[in-house]
Design a protein. Structure first.
Ligand code: 4AD
Ligand code: MG
Length: 446
């Protein structure tokens, strides 16, 4: 008996193989029972014929509830699969061991479920082909990102989750009591620690969960999300954009190479992803603002006009980002945002202090911001001034300021949101499906 993973089943066509998994669906046709079995790596149709099995076994197979655990052995052959189910192979059941007969009241039977119900049952929902596909794409996004950075001289540096102060605005902090030390906060970013790490390692990245008490309920915000953050010494904004476009292109290509069955199950139009290649278009905030103001002025529908309202100095809302992404089939860089809408640590634009050396990367097809980054302030006095102006606790930033005294150099970095990238690559609407157990303003369960 050769134990195989369904993922590798093509190699076993014509041979006898054993799979271990769970019954995702069962259909009976008289002397035939079709079990759609998933083993974690894929889905495979298993056909039990009455004549091939002992009568009491066949009787049991005929009544097997959804989610029962089984070990099945039989010959493998190619087969045409119903759309929406990854796979394409069939096993004739010559032997079946029933490891557990599932209870009959499985909450996530195969019908449409409302999203709240599905999220309450997330521990079961992840077994669905759609969710399984999305989460496998997510894993590949993460693996591909590490693969590219590890092979381009970046050193992985884990940064703390418990931190002494805000880094990305004081309004979205999760706070906790920290023994006798007063308050600590869940990290909004690992960036500030990465800025220390680059002076020891040159190029680094951190990759972990980050937390924002986002009060807004949107399809692009979670309160706990995973961010990949590269940081590079001796790097300006132009060099940063080159790194970003290389990294993103690598991720897209790896997903296209390794996750075809999943993208197919999700009915993703992959031609749009196949077209992604550097260099990505670059647009200044000023150019983007001119375009949006013109769009706003020409809009005649009052409702849409309200949504598209824009003037120089505003941050982009989702509708503005959507309009900007419509201009290109590629991800687009928008650089040089107003200083007032960005974080305190961003280097001012030379000769234009009202603008900073920031850059966001917006994904096409209306997906919007997937990466946010900047050149960092490298001057001690200016950084101190910004920390004071922001009302941040100086004592908590002492070490961060000191970095500007001993070997300070121009340096840059960015953060990539794993869930946003995964949503774009999968072509899905809401990022809550791109993480195994999403945390949103109204949800910490399950
Ligand atoms: O633009 P952000 O806030 O940038 C930073 O935190 C920087 N310190 C990163 C850096 O330069 N090292 O966040 C970066 C990315 C966003 O572009 C977005 O993809 C994702 O993180 N992101 C979120 N994803 C899901 N839910 C949220 N609430 C998110 N906030 C940011
Ligand atoms: Mg941002």
């Amino acid at each position: 008996m050769t134990l195989i993973r369904v993922e590798d089943i093509a190699k076993y066509e014509g041979q006898e193989a054993t799979v271990r998994g769970w019954v995702y669906n069962r259909t009976d046709k008289g002397k035939l029972v079709f079990l759609l079995v998933r083993d974690g790596s894929g889905f495979v149709q298993c056909v039990a014929f009455k004549g091939d099995l002992e009568e009491h076994v066949f009787d049991q197979v005929m009544r097997l509830p959804q989610e029962s655990a089984v070990v099945i052995t039989g010959p493998v052959r190619a087969d045409g699969r119903a759309p929406g189910i990854p796979g394409g192979y069939e096993i004739s059941v010559k032997d079946i061991q029933i490891v557990q007969v599932a209870d009959l009241d499985y909450p996530m039977s195969l019908k449409e479920h409302g999203v709240d119900f599905a999220l309450d049952n997330r521990h079961f929902w992840i077994r669905f082909p759609s969710q399984w596909s999305i989460l496998r794409v997510r894993a590949t996004v993460m693996a591909a990102a590490r693969e590219w950075l590890d092979s381009h001289g970046f050193i992985a540096m884990d940064t703390p989750i418990l931190t002494p102060a805000a880094a990305e605005g004081t309004t979205t902090l999760f706070e906790t009591e920290y023994f006798d030390e007063g308050k600590a906060y869940l990290a909004q970013t690992g960036q500030l620690y990465n800025e220390a790490n680059i002076f020891a390692f040159g190029k680094v990245y951190c990759f972990g969960p980050t937390f924002r008490a986002e009060k807004s309920k949107t399809r692009r915000h979670l309160t706990e999300f995973w961010m990949l953050e590269p940081e590079i010494a001796f790097c300006d904004l132009d060099e940063l954009m080159e790194i970003e476009e290389q990294l993103i292109t690598h991720i897209v290509q790896r997903v296209l190479r390794d996750r075809q069955p999943e993208l197919c199950a999700l009915k993703r139009d992959t031609s749009k992803l196949e077209a992604i290649r550097p260099p990505f278009p670059r647009m200044s905030y000023d150019q983007a603002a001119d375009y949006l103001i013109d769009l706003y002025q020409r809009e005649t529908d009052p409702e849409r006009k309200e949504l598209l309202k824009f003037e120089w100095g505003m941050d982009f809302g989702a509708p503005h980002e959507v309009e900007l992404t419509k201009l290109h089939d590629q991800p687009v860089f928008i650089y040089g945002y107003p200083t007032a809408v960005k974080a305190f640590y961003m280097e001012p634009w030379p000769g234009r202090p009202e603008v900073c050396k920031s850059v966001d990367l917006l994904a096409p097809e209306g997906y919007g911001e997937i990466c946010g980054g900047s050149e960092r302030i490298s001057d001690y006095t200016l950084l101190l001034e910004r920390i004071r102006k922001e009302g941040l606790p100086e004592s908590a930033f002492k070490w961060y300021l000191e970095l500007r005294k001993y070997g300070s150099v121009p340096h840059s970095g960015f953060g990539m949101g794993v869930e946003r990238v995964t949503a774009w690559l999968c072509g899905i609407d809401h990022i809550r499906e791109t993480i195994p157990f999403p945390r949103t303003i109204k949800r910490v369960y399950p």
